[in-house]
Design a binder for this molecule. Structure first.
Ligand code: UDX
Length: 460
């Protein structure tokens, strides 16, 4: 009997940190013979247009033989609506699924009957079950953060039973009862599990997302088994979980597909003028900003330290007004860059990061030690992995209070005092695990193959 072909329907979660790995997952699925329909929200498409040479980001992927169809849907809000407000997230939580449902219904009705559609959604989308059950689709959930964060959010009920959810704000206790998780201090929990944030929409979205993921047929993790083996094995006893990361570095994905929302400044000429390992790269990701006061302390600490740097500053107004005049040829401030290219440059010796999971993976892939300054979401928990478990980074400030003198001391010790040399030894081992995982016989490649096999068996 002829096997019907699988058709992955993918709607991208509208944040940069989710878009890049998700677009790479789409291409990886297409490279295994699936047809992929990839959907961006219209406002994201609008942002992408400024950095796209073609109206469709997957044009080059199609030229290299991948069967990806691209389209957009509206979330019903004007393109320029400020989507950080609660009204928007309330809508995403409660009503967005109706628009997705209409879209999926139409798509299925107009598709070749030989195709078997299935849903591949970002775990943070809360509508997967509603849409999948209505159209009788298999559900694949894609988690873009570390398995540790997944496991803690997945086990909130257990945390609740042990008095750690919602977690009292200033309590410091060890959580050592979650299967596969050795130990995590409550101070390193994701802030949305803390009491002070328990009424926020981020909290509600996360909680609903983790109810949903328990009904998924398959869960893909953008991490590496060898880094989080205990947690992944424990999760596997409950549901089929596959560590397939770092997906963005998978072999043979077309490089020329535009995955980021802003045009990139070229830092290569400037970096070429700097000695190897002498430049600190600074970025706090795509969606969060620290307070003006803290950015000011980091900026002045940087000036005091005399360390050379490339700093991605999304809102210029946040920098102290005289900063740009004072940095001379020692620093380069850009609104956005090709982060992987910068991290791969021999001049770069360190990364001051907010510990967004993509940034952590990219830094480890390139073997660049980190100074950690987490802001929100999964970042405090990611920091624990980077600094305490893998020992490939240090904390920017120990007491939680960012002051320029301490910043200066940290940066100087890190870049000039041999701290990064010590971290580099550990980094070598971690980097090797990431690279090995994506070799033909590596764990992430094998897990992806296994996932494809299991999925095809269920689709048949
Ligand atoms: C969000 C969350 O904040 C993060 O905690 C979660 O793990 C993923 O989703 P974001 O804050 O944007 O992500 O951080 P991160 O995960 O590091 O992703 C940023 C992405 O933007 C990286 O892939 C990085 O390469 C890219 N980037 C950043 C650029 O391409 N250029 C830049 O100048 C800065």
């Amino acid at each position: 009997m002829r096997q019907r072909r699988g058709h992955a329907i993918m709607v991208a979660f509208p944040f940069q940190g989710h878009i890049t790995p998700y677009m790479n997952l789409a291409m990886k699925l297409a490279s295994k013979g699936f047809l992929v329909t990839f959907v961006h929200l219209e406002f994201i498409h609008h942002k992408l247009l400024s950095s796209l040479s073609e109206p469709d980001p997957f044009t080059m992927a199609r030229k290299s033989g991948l069967d990806i169809r691209y389209t957009t849907i509206s979330d019903g809000f004007p393109i320029d609506h400020d989507r950080v407000d609660d009204k928007y997230w309330e809508f995403m939580l409660l009503n967005f699924w109706i628009r997705v449902d209409e879209f999926v219904g139409k798509l299925i009705r107009s598709s070749d009957p030989d195709l078997v559609p299935f849903l591949v959604t970002d775990t943070l989308f809360t509508w997967q079950t509603a849409v999948a059950e209505k159209h009788n689709l298999l559900k694949v959930s894609f988690w873009t953060e570390p398995a540790l964060v997944f496991s803690l959010a997945y086990h909130v009920q257990l945390l609740r039973e042990n008095g750690h959810f919602p977690c009292k704000d200033h309590v410091e206790e060890e959580i050592n009862y979650v299967d596969g998780v050795k130990s995590v201090n409550t101070k390193d929990l994701m802030p949305y599990l803390k009491e002070c944030r328990s009424r926020t929409l981020v909290h509600k979205v996360q909680m609903k997302a983790f109810d949903e993921v328990k009904k998924a047929d398959f869960i893909l993790h953008n991490t590496v088994y060898e880094l989080e083996s205990g947690i992944l094995s424990a999760l596997n006893k409950i549901q089929p979980n596959y560590a397939v990361g770092p997906i963005s570095f998978s072999r043979n994905l077309p490089a020329s597909v535009t995955r980021t929302l802003w045009s990139e400044s070229d830092c290569s000429v400037w970096l070429r003028s700097k000695p190897p390992g002498s430049v600190l790269y600074i970025s706090f990701g795509s969606s969060l900003q620290d307070s003006k006061q803290i950015v000011g302390e980091i900026a002045y600490g940087l000036l005091l330290s005399k360390v050379s740097f490339v700093w991605v500053v999304r809102e210029d107004a946040d920098l102290p007004s005289s900063f740009r005049d004072e940095i001379t040829e020692r620093g380069l401030v850009v609104p956005w860059c090709n982060q992987i290219k910068v991290l791969s440059d021999p001049a770069v010796g360190g990364f001051l990061t907010h510990c967004g999971w993509n940034s952590v993976l990219e830094s480890m892939w390139c073997g660049v030690p980190m100074i950690c300054h987490p802001l929100d979401y999964d970042q405090p928990t990611n920091r624990k992995l980077v600094v305490d478990d893998w020992k490939v980074g240090i904390n920017l400030c120990e007491g939680g209070c960012v002051e320029r003198e301490e910043v200066c001391e940290k940066m100087d010790g890190f870049m000039n005092g041999g701290v990064s040399e010590r971290l580099r030894k550990e980094m070598k081992k971690v980097r090797e695990k990431l690279h090995d995982a994506l070799e033909n016989d590596g764990s992430s490649e094998a897990n992806f193959e296994q996932f494809v096999k299991d999925l095809k068996a269920k689709l048949a």
